[in-house]
Design a protein around this ligand. Sequence first.
Ligand code: CP
Ligand code: NVA
Length: 308
Amino acid sequence: MNHFLDIHTTDATALRGMIDQARAMKEARKGLPKGTPDAEQPLANHMVALIFEKPSTRTRVSFDVGVRQMGGQTLVLSGNDMQLGHGESIADTARVLSRYVDMIMIRTFEESILHELAEYADVPVINGLTNTSHPCQVMADVMTFEEHNGPIKGKKVVWTGDGNNTCASLIHAAGQFGFDFTFAGPEALDPDPELIAFARSKGVTVTIERDAEVAVQGADLVIADTWVSMHDSQSTRQRRHNQLKAYQVNDHLMAQAKPDALFMHCLPAHREEEVTSQVMDGPQSVIFDEAENRLHAQKAVMRWCLGI
Ligand code: CP
Ligand code: NVA
């Protein structure tokens, strides 16, 4: 049994295996209606709980559909509707759910909640986003890059904007998958130095650059995310916009990257804020493949967790 809690705490060979399996499983379903069961049904007779303490479209639907395609069943639970949202401890919730289900995916707030759940659960726990990480997203991002432009190892990936949860997992992925990482954003929103230290310890180059145009030069992949995340207070909105407007991904910025550079965004996007519609809907954008690949990547993650 394996938990999938974070990119840096998961073995790099295992991560590579998951990406390769995800691509094979995607290929095997090509052209089939979405509801067609996979030829293999590794999750037959398995029940998976999907807990959401924050909103979600992609994570909710892709996990639910993925489990069903592999023959399993799901329970989609809102944290607020559970006793968890009314004072029951994480540890007791973990012990109880472990008696009913074979695996738990949770989207929550503090990383400590995820870790406590994993500590007390007898079944695998998957991180569906916390305030400080979003590993399933980054698995889909790596898969999407490689599907379009080949191995990500040695490539230059540029993150623009807030050094947030998705950015954190991407920096971990730089270390684990061996790509160079550049952060383009204001000092106040820099990623945690510990993340950078991890990636550098794996031998990749991590660069912090204040000038977005300089940052994206020679980039193979440019990534943006919302300027205000779900865990941020809404009062930060105006300040963030002032801090980040120079980092908007638009055609002018994309023109500084390599001609075959890709654009990604985990979505949901705020069009004309962190990215223009021209870029989102333009020829370099792979945002909807990226969203689709959440499904395939997470199916591989779930199989790895259960060892099946
Ligand atoms: N990218 C992502 O995690 O989207 P949702 O918030 O819709 O799940
Ligand atoms: N950084 C964003 C990602 C949403 C999928 C957030 O946490 O709101």
